[in-house]
Design a binder for this molecule. Sequence first.
Ligand code: FAD
Ligand code: SIN
Length: 510
Amino acid sequence: MTANFDQVLAADAIVVGSGIAGLTAAIELAPLRVIVLSKGEVADGSTPYAQGGIAAAVGGDDSPAWHASDTLEVGGGLNDETAVEVLTGEGPARVTDLIARGVAFDRNEDGSLMLGREAGHDTRRILHADGDATGAEIARALVAVARASENIQIVDHAFAADLVVDAGRVVGLTARIGLNIQVLLNAPAVVLATGGVGRLYANTTNPPPVTGDGLAMAARAGARLRDIEFVQFHPTALASGRDPMSLLTEALRGEGAVLLDDQGRRFMVDVHEDAELAPRDVVARANWRVIQDGGKVFLDATTAVGAAFPTRFPTVFGLCMEDGIDPRKEPMPAAPAAHYHMGGIATDLGGRSSLPGLWAVGETARTGVHGANRLASNSLLEGAVFGHRAALDIEAAGMGNGVGIAALRAAEAPGLEPDPQPDVISELRDLMWARVGLIRHHTGLMSALEEIDRLGEKIEPGVSVGANMVAVARMIASAALLRTESRGGHYRTDFPETTRWWDRPVVVNS
Ligand code: FAD
Ligand code: SIN
């Protein structure tokens, strides 16, 4: 096998992905020798885009139990309650770790942490940084810590292709560095931290590397996946024609911004008692319906935020101004967009997948904390809590080759793994948006599956981003077809009710 590779290396652990989850795991693992791969430049996934913040029960009147109860409330009955207790119970300690690693969360004049509010949270518990640039600040700090560690080798422009499985155990992976260097990496522990699936959809807040590669790799190797029909659509992305769409953080609605239709009507008050702060799926579907009926949706923060916009929400302010919209003075055009994947590689509380030697953390994992719908700002927290736990689990299992790592060759032709067939991918993204998106039904899902197969036949053989996207699209559409009910992020017009029978998961590779 090794003859086919330009380089063969061994490490104690390989982490695929350099977002909050992958970097947290790598930093905790660092007494061991760790290689971290990312498709583009380091921290090129969703993490640096995160705006609203990270939820944790650090406020004086808050408690992990209250945070857990809010998390369960939106999760539609599919959460794993123990995982939720772990998430909310260990959250404050992981926030303390982030602060120790240099993350400068915003503070009040008295030095206490400034806490924001988002939909589904019954109290203010969202820590943020630079107003609405929380993810960028977390990524900056974690990249600096990882770069400073002599035990962590960060490799950019490295496309992880396939897991290597020997006698039922994951023992490493194959990867391509740049466009031309084929490598075989051997390690007793592989951690997938590849993020979500947003790029499968025509309208998304997720950046280009987020194509579901980890799910495709894990499924090919035989690992168990769960809950993958549950995709979260954010209600308010800026409808200005960008890809990815810029996010209009939910914290704006937390501060009192309201949704208006093109008649200036505040339609959410007729939809849900919590109006704009109703669960994310409810608000997203309401916005979708207004748009499907030929109308437009606007997020109006002129009164709630107004002149404070540049200081409280500098990221959103800058993005709007670049597109010629002054949110201090005018409502922002808004539309739903694919944002987050609740399902993923099934893991236990230590991040272990069903395959020995393989761990999964962050958005690509299904730990059970989100159920059918994720509470806002619980994702960064999940990456920090379960990245940490997976590292402890790997260390406790006595993993480690005891070998030093020779430096991996740098990319000779750097660049993001190219989209091999942009027309096919674009068709796939349109199809997923139209038929496997916010509103689903039997006929649409059946025809989507036929189309996905047709597109799959056009993809050139071999492992590629395109092949991964088609494989993940097929799995999501199939799971959505199987779940004949509506719950959380999964809504079927032909089965609009939630049913007790479906208090059970759809499992891939069961
Ligand atoms: P990511 O940060 O997405 O990183 C994935 C990594 O995997 C990347 O480095 C990528 O290059 C790498 N990768 C993927 N495939 C391969 C491959 N084949 N080979 C090598 N590397 C690969 N959550 C919150 O909690 N609070 C928020 O305020 C918030 N705001 C958000 C705003 C936006 C605009 C978006 C898009 C998301 C937001 N989220 C928020 C969600 C949250 O940011 C993500 O769920 C979280 O950052 C995911 O972290 P991660 O470490 O799992 O993956
Ligand atoms: C946002 O800021 O609205 C995104 C928060 C999240 O996705 O958790």
